[in-house]
Design a protein around this ligand. Structure first.
Ligand code: GDP
Length: 365
């Protein structure tokens, strides 16, 4: 008997035979998941060239991975995407925390997509931040409008690591985004320290967001950062802050006149705007596109990209040499002892360094 409960001893109880298990709602789900682990470099490249953001996202994860097997595939993907990259405008956006970067980028992105069309990728370089620890959600909520825009791709900074490593990954991600048809790239960076230099070395226009209202606007802004800027924009020019912002703008303009003329031949502009209320955003972008016209005509656009390519070649060599040295097991065993001898005054730093390097070079033979 099919069901023991239907036995006469359980009279009054009838169990009907049931229905079979329901079929899986999405028959492709399992296959898709399985397939993802078997993506070859060519699968990634194909997906990227098709403009598929889901494949692009997975490829970026691969670029960010420290697993050597992932890195091998990532490098192949990057190399194959390289011929399709480069056709974009890359804009670095920097400012101290609280300057209004997220609010502004959200508005800027919407403005640029509406006025100029195309697709926009927003990337970041932030080697220090807690925010970067996989908090995509954090970045999505920071840029509410852009995050739901069909033509945008937002990616937080690669997770904390050496600045060189984080910056290289962002630069490689730019290549993938461009190959996927993103013709506008924003690279956001927190305006505290070395990240600006890294950001500056991968963008065509470096935009510095500043605030007014402290009375000593120019203090605390490193001269180097101001010198890198192709445009300085003073945010929060709204409410009763307007006069202060205009005063700050005048101070910045005066300060910029004291610097030598930049290589581009373009005198950096200073504008005021309000990211929150949307005042002055059009003027900011008219200025940036005027810059692109200017440097594309005078050849500086191409020149700057070539210089950057050279810079990244050397950076890449430096980074890999350093990694090869420090990740060598013999060397890392010797490092601690050498450090102790230096601290104990038994060896000078130079002798210790030389012995370590000699040992390293001997290992290579
Ligand atoms: P971030 O740290 O540079 O990304 O800055 P946020 O975009 O998170 O902005 C920091 C704070 O400044 C938030 O409370 C914003 O609402 C505020 N804020 C941003 N832009 C403006 C603006 O144009 N005007 C005013 N009044 N406040 C703003």
């Amino acid at each position: 008997m099919e069901h023991p409960e239907n036995n006469p001893e359980f009279a009054g109880l009838t169990v009907n035979s049931g229905v079979g298990p329901v079929s899986i709602v999405n028959p492709y789900l399992k296959r898709g998941r399985y397939a993802r682990h078997h993506f070859t470099a060519n699968d990634y490249v194909e997906g990227i060239l098709r403009g598929d953001v889901s494949v692009l996202g997975q490829a970026v994860t691969l670029v960010e991975s420290t697993n050597p097997a992932h890195q091998l595939v990532a490098q192949e993907v990057i190399e194959k995407c390289l011929p399709y990259s480069g056709k974009s405008v890359r804009i670095g956006i920097s400012g101290v925390p609280g300057a209004g970067k997220s609010t502004s980028i959200d508005e800027f992105g919407i403005h640029v997509l509406r006025e100029y069309g195309g697709r926009l990728a927003v990337l970041a370089i932030d080697p220090s931040s807690e925010r970067t620890k996989g908090s995509i959600l954090g970045d999505k909520t920071r840029m509410e409008k852009l995050s739901v825009h069909p033509d945008s791709f937002i990616r937080p900074s690669p997770s904390a690591g050496s600045l060189g490593g984080v910056a290289r990954k962002t630069r490689e991600t730019i290549i993938l985004c461009e190959a996927a048809g993103f013709d506008k790239i924003f690279v956001e960076t927190v305006g505290v320290g070395q990240s600006e230099t890294a950001c500056h070395s991968m963008v065509d226009f470096f935009l510095l967001i500043q605030l007014a209202g402290t009375g000593d606007e120019l203090q605390g802004i490193k001269r180097g950062i101001m010198e890198m800027a192709d445009g300085i924009i003073i945010n929060k020019c709204d409410g009763n802050n307007v006069d202060k912002c205009q005063l700050a703008a005048t101070q910045f303009r005066n300060a910029l006149h004291l610097f030598p003329m930049p290589e581009s031949g373009w005198l950096p502009q200073v504008l005021t705007y309000s990211g929150f209320y949307g005042y002055g955003i059009k003027e900011v972008w008219d200025m940036i596109y005027k810059y692109f016209d200017f440097v594309k005509k005078n050849g500086y656009f191409e020149y700057r990209r070539n210089e950057q390519a050279k810079y990244w070649m050397y950076e890449s060599i430096n980074e890999q040499l350093r990694n090869s040295f420090f990740q060598n097991p013999t060397i890392s065993d010797m490092l601690h002892a050498a450090e102790q001898s230096v601290l104990a005054g038994q060896k000078t730093s130079f002798v210790a360094a030389k012995q370590l390097l000699d040992a390293y070079f001997a290992l290579l033979h």
